[in-house]
Design a binder for this molecule. Structure first.
Ligand code: SAH
Ligand code: SF4
Ligand code: F3S
Length: 470
């Protein structure tokens, strides 16, 4: 990162602070997936390096919404919240408002912002995150020069983004996301992600390893390797590599020092090598998120997923024979165009056979520009909701059944936070990615401690500490 711009920003933020009469407070609200969460850490890194105080309150001096557009309701939530932002800005005319992220890569959105939300100062997209320090500098200068209305919309399509070099402020000091690749080439027929995040590109292994070494030195205990489809990692490198190779390399170098997770795996690209590497290293968490989307071959084909239900079930068998205790979670979509009750029953049957530890269930959302949006036989909302409830019940049933196995075990838990609902309680995660709540001191946050699991509540666990030692 060009440190000159950060130095300059520090000065401009100091001037802005004098104008406000206090240190400026910035808030970033993140919608969507781990990719956006990671991007927000970079935005936060720039803000804190340049002198902003970070706050959770949207009633602040600089508000950023990092948006998602994967489903219609993600967009609706942003528009809904913008109404409130207008009132904050009325109270504090020096306030700055920025919108970024996936939603901004859609022309219809930026048009709507331009016509209805004139109080938004800055709009940028996913491909120019690295421009954020420069855009912020211009915005602050406009404030200092008392330009009443600064509106800058900078959206580009090129993927020559160098955001990896931005400073970063992590959400948790002890765990971190590491991008191993960007974009997606799969074009599942319902999905907007390839359009708003561009083609697949993998980062060089040396760059990834360097980042992880830095994180380890900085006190991180757990990393999550991030990509829309990590299983196709390395195909675009000058010297192609596989994800299994990368994972083996990382798990080997950081054995005993770092726990490793990854997300997301596309079933069509999951290799035997990957299963072997996962089984070989005990610092790779016993969890795999393997979105299936549907249990009917006809629907899977229309979704352009490139596997059948039998392929998927065979894959689950293979994974479970290598790692019998592994947690398998999934994503399921309900109400895809032309789906029928028979297709839904097949999805429910597949849930029963797979024995998922958990699943995210989504109502299909029609995204303009995707092939599925133009398909005939869109399912009506009421029918889809009814099916959704049936599917959800099957997921609950599977999770309750599966997660019972932990009761009575003593398991290592990475303590994440104080429990929001119960004073004196803390929460952490087992290797299988399930949350455990137990009584304990906040001093344990960031440590890995043994916890006895006393009860399974379906989607989470209750426990008690065995010893405070790391
Ligand atoms: N790359 C990941 C998924 C990213 S999006 C993968 O392929 O597994 C996360 C989830 O959102 C998807 O798995 C899918 O279940 C859901 N999703 C994507 N597009 C959607 C749409 N148009 N309507 C409803 N859910 C959608
Ligand atoms: Fe979307 Fe499919 Fe790519 Fe996942 S793999 S991001 S669902 S297009
Ligand atoms: Fe949403 Fe963008 Fe992620 S559309 S799901 S935030 S890649």
């Amino acid at each position: 990162m060009d440190t000159e711009i950060i130095r300059q920003l520090k000065q401009t933020v100091t001037d802005y602070a004098s104008m406000l009469g206090c240190r400026p407070r910035a808030c970033i609200v993140t919608f969507g997936c781990q990719m956006n969460a990671r991007d927000s850490e970079k935005l936060r890194g720039v803000l804190s390096a340049s002198g902003f105080e970070l706050t959770d309150s949207e009633d602040c001096d600089f508000l950023i919404y990092n948006t998602c557009t994967v489903r219609e309701n993600a967009n609706t939530r942003v528009y809904g919240r913008l109404g409130k932002v207008k009132s904050y800005k009325k109270k504090n005319p020096l306030m700055m408002v920025a919108l970024c992220g996936c939603m901004m890569q859609e022309k219809s959105v930026t048009d709507e912002i331009g016509s209805k939300y004139g109080f938004v100062d800055l709009v940028f997209g996913t491909f120019n995150l690295d421009r954020f320090p420069y855009l912020l500098e211009d915005l602050l200068r406009a404030r200092l020069e008392e330009q009443p209305c600064f509106t800058r919309v900078e959206i580009i399509d090129s993927t020559e983004n160098d955001a990896d070099r931005l400073p970063s402020a992590r959400n948790y000091p002890f765990k971190a996301g590491v991008n191993i690749m960007y974009g997606c080439n799969n074009f599942c027929s319902y999905c907007i992600v390839p359009y708003v995040r561009g083609r697949e590109r993998s980062r060089e292994p040396s760059e990834i390893l360097e980042e992880i070494r830095y994180l380890r030195e900085d006190g991180v205990r757990e990393i999550m390797l991030l990509g829309q489809n990590v299983n196709s990692y390395g195909k675009t490198l000058n010297r192609p590599k596989s994800f299994a190779w990368l994972l083996d390399r990382i798990a080997g170098e950081f054995s005993s020092e770092l726990l490793i997770r990854f997300m997301t795996s596309h079933p069509k690209d999951l290799s035997d090598d990957l299963i072997r590497v996962m089984a070989d290293h005990n610092n790779i968490c016993e969890h795999i998120h393997l979105p299936v989307q549907a249990g009917s071959d006809r629907i899977l084909q229309a979704m352009n997923r490139h596997y059948t239900r039998e392929d998927y079930l065979a894959l689950i068998d293979k994974i479970r024979s290598a790692m019998p205790d592994i947690a398998i979670t999934t994503d399921i979509m309900v109400g895809f165009p032309s789906e029928t009750e028979t297709d839904i029953d097949q999805t429910i049957d597949l849930i029963g056979r797979s024995g998922f530890d958990n699943a995210f269930t989504f109502l299909y959302s029609r995204r303009t520009g995707t092939p599925a949006a133009a398909m005939e036989d869109q399912v009506d909302g009421e029918t889809a909701s009814r099916w959704f409830d049936k599917v959800l019940e099957a997921v609950h049933c599977s999770a309750r059944e599966r997660n019972r196995r932990f009761a009575g075990r003593i398991m290592p838990v990475l303590v994440e936070q104080e429990n929001r609902h119960n004073d004196g309680w803390i929460s952490g995660r087992i290797s299988h990615n399930l949350l455990v709540h137990f009584k304990g001191s906040p001093k344990l946050i960031g440590k890995i401690i043994p916890v006895k699991i006393t009860e399974s509540k379906g989607f989470y666990l209750m426990g008690e500490t065995v010893s405070d030692e790391d």
